[in-house]
Unconditional design. Structure first.
Ligand code: PHE
Length: 343
């Protein structure tokens, strides 16, 4: 009679089926309680019944119950593992990326107008076969003036126009913030054998400030030396550069001008419409250029009877002002994104 009260193998099999059918951890917990609950779990009760059996019967029954118990626990654990392991359907829900979702645009910056333009300059002249080199912004008086044939009494050497740097250097070694990129011509000629063509972009400094002048601004110098390089070659290079860098229909004019390091010397003006009210626009001086003076070639140990060529210096900021119709050079340097975002 007592034997009949204890669950038989059929009942354990029912529990196993129930376990298999469970789809949540909560279901499994309920079954676990039904089997192993301390007070009324089926297995707990069956184990308690053992003490009412005769010693022989008890031994066999205990063995059978222990096997069933182990098998039920194995089933439970296995299913628990499966339910805990995220299946692919769950992953799709929680980890998926919706490539069609329309997110707010991330703000993307761009190079500053001056640097963007400088890269275009390097590309444009690169296509014409020009190398790119750079020189220091702190120069000696020798490099910035003397070797460029600038006379002792030239006003550019004046403390009113040039930033001189305090140091214990004397004479031609005195230091200045370079007033133009022309000293890089000297550095390049002293270290290269002609023929060559190169440009030298960078910052320059002058004591000047208004709508079209800034105490720091950008230039790119150019130099082309060969046996038969002429003023006509120079004009062709200038015109190509202006049209490519600003616009095909940019208005410009060549004027004669004086620079001690060229002979003859020219200047190029371009039409600047910085202000919408002045429809006509006004001429802005943008380039100084000319045939390299024989004294300059000699100063760099290049024989002027064999070699000749041209040099030029473009004002980068002014070209940017013309290209983008910017009314004041001062807008270019504070780094105000409200200004920069417009381009
Ligand atoms: N260095 C001159 C300037 O800054 C420009 C220039 C360069 C003129 C080369 C002639 C030749 O004004």
């Amino acid at each position: 009679m007592q034997q009949n009260a204890a669950p038989g193998p059929g009942e354990w099999a029912e529990f196993k089926k129930k376990i298999q059918k469970s789809s949540t951890l909560k279901d499994l917990e309920t079954i676990e309680q039904e089997l192993f609950g301390r007070k009324s779990g089926a297995m707990t009760l069956a184990m308690k019944e053992l003490k009412n059996l005769s010693p022989e019967e008890r031994k066999d029954k205990a063995k059978e119950l222990n096997e069933q118990k182990q098998s039920l626990v194995d089933h439970l654990e296995k299913l628990k593992d499966e339910l805990i392991k995220p299946d692919s359907a769950m992953l799709v829900k929680s980890d998926s990326i919706d490539a069609t979702l329309d997110l707010p645009k991330k703000e993307q910056g761009h190079l500053h107008l001056v640097h963007e333009f400088t890269r275009q300059v390097e590309e444009t002249f690169g296509r014409m076969g020009f190398d790119v080199a750079r020189g220091p912004e702190i120069e000696s008086e020798e490099m910035n003036f003397n070797k460029l044939n600038v006379p002792e009494d030239h006003p550019a050497r004046d403390a009113q126009d040039t930033f001189w740097i305090k140091s214990n250097k004397k004479g031609k070694d005195r230091l200045v913030l370079r007033t133009h990129t022309s000293p890089v011509q000297i550095r390049y000629m002293e270290t290269h054998e002609p023929p060559f063509r190169a440009i030298f972009p960078g910052k320059v400094y002058r004591k000047d400030a208004d709508a079209t002048h800034s105490p720091m601004f950008h230039q790119f110098e150019g130099l082309m030396i060969g046996e038969n390089v002429t003023l006509a070659n120079m004009k062709a290079v200038m015109i190509t550069a202006i049209r490519e860098l600003i616009a095909k229909d940019t208005q410009f004019r060549f004027r004669t001008a004086f620079f001690p390091f060229v002979e003859p010397g020219l200047e190029v003006d371009m039409k600047w419409k910085g202000d919408d009210k002045t429809k006509e626009g006004e001429w802005l001086e943008v380039v100084g250029c000319g045939m390299v003076h024989p004294n300059v070639l000699r100063n760099c140990n290049i024989d002027p009877d064999k070699w000749q060529g041209f040099a030029f210096g473009f004002g980068i900021d002014r070209m940017v002002m013309i290209k983008h119709r910017i009314p004041s050079i001062k807008s270019l340097f504070p780094g105000d994104v409200r200004f920069l975002r417009q381009f």
